[in-house]
Structure formats: C-alpha cells, structure tokens
Design a protein around this ligand. Structure first.
Ligand code: FES
Length: 606
C-alpha cells in the first residue's frame, strides 16, 4: 500500500512551499509548485545542474550518483541533487541561483538584508489655514507656522517654492510635508497629497544595464524592481569608447547624460505605475563606476581616459534631482557615494556595503563581474581593490552566436557520456548562447579534451565539426534550433573567453600578491553581478577564471551594488559606512603594476 505520509518542502529564497507524498524527489516537489530547477540530464543524476542545499530537515542518504557528482565537502555542507534526494521529514531547501531556470534574467535581483531604518527624510501630515483678507501671510510663512519645532530654519529649494502655491490649493491646504535632515540642515523634499506613501529610488548604472529599485521609505519594503539596457551602448560598448565619444563629439557628454537620465525616467514611470507617482519619490541614491558616475553627474570624463585616470571628484555628491533632469519630487536630492579611484567607483563601494564587509572579519575576495570587473580583497582590516577590463563577452557580445540572457538563450551546457546537453532559458528551442552558457561550453570542451591549453580545438575531438567555412563546437545542430541554423562556439569565441577570464584572474592574483596571500587563505569568494549570479562556479574554476577552492567557499549574491544602494537609501548610517569603506580602500592600478601583464599572459592559457 502506498505511503500516505505528506511532507512540506519549503523552497527558499523563492518562497514557495510544496506538499508532497513521501518518496517524491525534491525536483518533483519543486516542479509541483512551479519552481523550475535545471535538469539537463532529465533526472539521471549525471549533470549536477539541479543542486540544492538542505537548510533544515531530513532527506534520504546520498545516492551513488550524488557521491559521484558532489565532493565530500559539498555533501558535508548539505548540497544534494534534487532529482535524487527525497524528503524524510518536512524540509527547507536553499536553491542556488544557478540551479533555477528563469524566463528572463534581469540584473535587479540581489540579497535583501535587514538594516535599521534611518532614512534621511521624514514626513508630517499637516493642515494649513488658507489665506483670507484678514490673514495675508505668504504660503511659505503659513507652511512654516505648522511645521513642528521650526524656528524658521527649514529651507525650501526654489523648485519646491515654484510649485507650492498650486499644490497647496489643489490639495485644499492639507498636505504631507517631507523634510530632509542632513548635517544640521532641514530642507523640504516634497509637498505630497496627505497620507501618500513616501518613496526612494536606488539606481545602479552599469556600463551595459541599469537596475532600478523603488523603496517605501517608511516600511523599508522594496516596492518594485526594473531593469533596462544602458542606452549609451549605442555610442560605445565599454567605458573607454564612451569617453572617446564624449570627448570627440560636440555635445557628446550631454547626449550621453541625457540618454541615461531619459532611461532612468522611464524606469521611474514603470516602477510607479499602479503604486503612486514619481512626485512621491523624495530621495535617491545612484551608483555606477567612475565613468558612469561622471557622465550621470554631467562631469567631464576626458581625464579618465588616460593615465593616471584621475577623477574630477571622489567624494560623495548630493545633487538636486531636477539639476540632472530626473523627474522626481521637485525637492528630491540624489546622493552619489564616493568613488574609489580609477574606474573603481561608487558601485563597488555599494557592493562592498551590500555584501556586509563591515560585519565580517574573514578574508574575502569580492568580484563584481561586468564589462569592467571590480575586485576587492578584504583581509585583516585592509581592503585592496582593482579594476580590469573583462569586456562584454559574458554579456554575449563579440561571440558568434552570443545573446543576452533572455528566452531561447543556451544558459547551461554539459557533455555527458559523449553527448552534448543544453538547457535554454524558457525551455524553448535555442536561438543563441548567453554568458553562463558560453562559460559552460568552454569548460565542458576542456573537460572533454576538445581544447588544448592554448584554447585551440583538438582536431581529433568528436565535438569539433565543420560548420560552414570554419570548424567549431556545435552546441545545437540546425534541426534543433529556433532559427534553423547551427549554434556554434568558434575559436574566436574561445579567445574572447580567454581574454576575459585572464583579465579577471590576473587581477585576483595581483591583489593576493599585494596582500602576501595564497588562494587557500581565502575564506570566501563573493561573486556579484548579473552574469556572476548565474555562472556555474565549477565552470569558472575549470577555465581558470577563479581560484580552485571548494564550492562552499563561493557565494553568488546577485546585484550587490543595488543592495548597497538600497541600504544607503534607507539609512544615513549606511551612507556613513559607505564613505568610510571608500576611505579605507587601497587602490591597485593594474595598468602600471609590474606583475599584471605577466599574470595576464600566463592566465590566457587554460
Ligand atoms: Fe539532477 Fe541532472 S537533473 S543531476
């Protein structure tokens, strides 16, 4: 007779809970509530793509397949294959991001950490006596008269004053006044309809994409997240080409600035739809690398293009939102945390804050992978940071069949028993390959002996075929693809990955050398960024992008810069901490570092 016992399977961080009969695999349990895990081998226990971590409860002992696929350390840390393990009690599972399939990957996901709410703004609902023939006081005087404990010290920026008369009359003299408190100053940041919600905006301006968050400043809740490509891409793929465009084109800088602000205003409109209006956004935090930061603020970038890559400003900035063209509350201010040096900007400061280095005494390597990759080594109170040009290959650019991480992109590749298995985002026929898939493909080719150390195809490899006029690794033959053509990795594609991974690894090695450390001293490697969230760490180790350490020393944190920006929106204390982190960083300039080019040359090999 069938076992009628029912167990609860709590799926985190997705937040779904399944109820399944005893004997049901964890993979089937997840699927029963619509949580799709990767399962490239179809549940045979041979692809290691459905890995989950047991956080609570009891599950079946590891199968032979699990012992083959997972290391002893991984098993000890609770990692299991969802297609093999079954629940023996109510359980809670922690699902790594790379084990999830997603309809479309956006770079706005990041860890939410609980912090003490201390926003720089507060709100008070007031009713103001309207003017009459016997009371001719000005609108400002009457507003000041109802502000608690105001001694005439509250400032009203001119744009707030300009709209004050109309708003007070439209709102029939009842209003929610938002006051911003900074360093002994009080300023009206918004004149809102009574009892309306008070929002903040956090934006991470990446070289390739923007991530924006709408935050309720009273509850701390993230009300919405939205992402968009950085429209400046049309004027240059990386920071150097944007600098050239800004310098060589009349009005180039303001064109780039307008483009990014326009996109931010669209994101604001999207985020506010259904929950309020942009006028309710009374505070903002914007982070980006030094070039994105300068362009957003309208600062010249010429000097950032040549050594010694000096920024105009590295201190924090506070700019009225209206000055940069952001359509928020007329009194809203944009806070830009300090930059570090070179291209290591406020986004890296935000990332370091977001991953909680202030609460951590361990030796940590933090890597934010993007078109430009920023790396920090935190050890015994020191923070050593550098930036390397890793290029857009992991965004799918410069790759023959590369594409962004969207529906139809091959995101996982495994070679099992001599056969190539792929998984696409959305589970539809493949139309291209995104960063995590490219990395997997190169790693699997290496493991299957299809590539030599220099990245050349081995002619005798069964995986290398002639596709058109050149040879390549056929990931998906024409009959299986969404467009009827082969999807192939070419020698040039492998070369792009070699350049990107060598730049990142050389940066890591230089920082370790500067600190006098070896890989094994690293307690944790934190990988941030959109691509970093979804890459398979085993593939990253196999191609040599990161040091070969046990899987449980790696933590993939999503958009940690966005997390840090949100924290700064919610807490003046977190802003102070970010400023302190920026002060502490010891910047290492790779362009002039004696060991960087040697490391880079040797890391080009697999
Ligand atoms: Fe579990 Fe492949 S689906 S190992």
């Amino acid at each position: 007779m069938a076992d009628e016992t029912i167990f609860k399977v709590d799926l985190q961080p997705v937040g779904r809970r399944a109820q399944v009969a005893a004997g049901t695999t964890l993979l089937a349990a997840a699927r029963s509530v619509g949580v799709e895990l990767q399962s490239i081998c179809g549940g045979a226990g041979t692809c290691n793509s459905c890995r989950v971590r047991l956080a609570k409860g009891v599950i079946s002992p590891p199968t032979t397949a699990e012992k083959d696929e997972l290391s002893a350390e991984e098993l000890a840390a609770g990692y299991r294959l969802a297609c093999q393990a079954v629940a023996l009690s109510d359980v809670c599972l922690d699902i790594p991001a790379e084990s999830l399939t997603a309809p479309q990957r956006v770079q706005v996901e990041g860890e939410d950490r609980k912090i003490v709410l201390q926003p720089l703004v507060s709100a008070v609902d007031v009713h103001i006596a309207p003017p009459s023939l016997t009371d001719l006081r000005s609108d400002l005087t009457r507003l000041r008269s109802v502000l608690p404990s105001d001694n005439g010290g509250v400032e009203l920026p001119l744009p707030v004053l300009a709209s004050l008369a109309e708003k007070l009359r439209r709102q029939e003299w009842s209003t929610r006044l938002v006051v911003r408190h900074t360093a002994g100053r009080r300023q009206i940041a918004g004149v809102l309809p009574p009892h309306s919600r008070m929002f903040g905006l956090a934006v991470d301006i990446g070289t390739t994409k923007l991530a924006a968050y709408l935050i309720d400043l009273e509850s701390g809740e993230t009300v919405g997240r939205a992402g968009a490509p950085n429209p400046q891409i049309a004027y240059g793929e990386d920071v150097i080409s944007r600098i050239c465009f800004a310098n060589q084109t009349p009005e180039g800088l303001s064109l780039l600035q307008n483009k990014v602000v326009q996109t931010m205003n669209h994101l604001v409109a999207e985020l506010c739809a259904g929950v309020g209006s942009p006028e309710q956004i009374v505070d903002a935090v914007v982070v980006g690398n030094t070039v994105m930061h300068h362009i957003f603020a309208g600062l010249p970038v010429d000097q950032l293009g040549t050594a010694p890559f000096a920024s105009v400003v590295s201190e924090k900035l506070e700019i009225p939102a209206a000055h940069v063209g952001l359509s928020l509350s007329s009194g809203a201010t944009v806070y830009l945390p300090p930059n570090i040096a070179g291209y290591v900007g406020a986004d890296h400061v935000a990332m370091l804050l977001g991953i909680g280095i202030d609460q951590n005494q361990r030796t940590v390597l933090a890597i934010d992978i993007g078109t430009n990759t920023e790396i920090s080594l935190i050890h015994h109170g020191r923070i050593l940071s550098c930036s390397c040009a890793s290029g857009p290959a992991f965004e799918g650019a410069h790759i023959r069949h590369g594409m962004r991480a969207a529906q139809g992109a091959i995101e996982r590749v495994r070679i099992i028993d001599g056969k190539v298995h792929t998984h696409t985002i959305g589970g539809v026929p493949p139309v291209g390959i995104c960063g995590s898939g490219i990395l997997d493909a190169v790693a699997e080719m290496l493991a299957a002996n299809g590539l030599d150390k220099r990245g050349n195809f081995r002619k005798d490899s069964p995986f290398i075929c002639q596709s058109g006029s050149e040879s390549g690794f056929v990931l998906a033959p024409a009959v299986t693809t969404g467009h009827g053509s082969d999807i192939v990795i070419t020698r040039q594609d492998v070369n792009e990955i070699q350049l990107a991974k060598a730049a990142i690894r050389a940066g890591i090695e230089v920082l370790l050398q500067e600190a006098g450390l070896e890989h094994r001293c690293l307690d944790e490697i934190v990988i941030a960024g959109a691509f970093g969230s979804y890459l398979d760490v085993r593939s990253a180790i196999r191609v040599g992008m990161v040091p070969p350490l046990p899987r449980d020393r790696f933590r993939q944190v999503g958009n940690a810069a966005g997390t840090g920006a949100r924290q700064m929106l919610l807490s003046g204390e977190r802003r102070r901490m970010a400023e302190e982190i920026a002060q502490r960083v010891e910047y290492v300039e790779l362009a002039s570092h004696r060991a960087f080019s040697d490391w880079f040359a040797s890391e080009l090999h697999f």
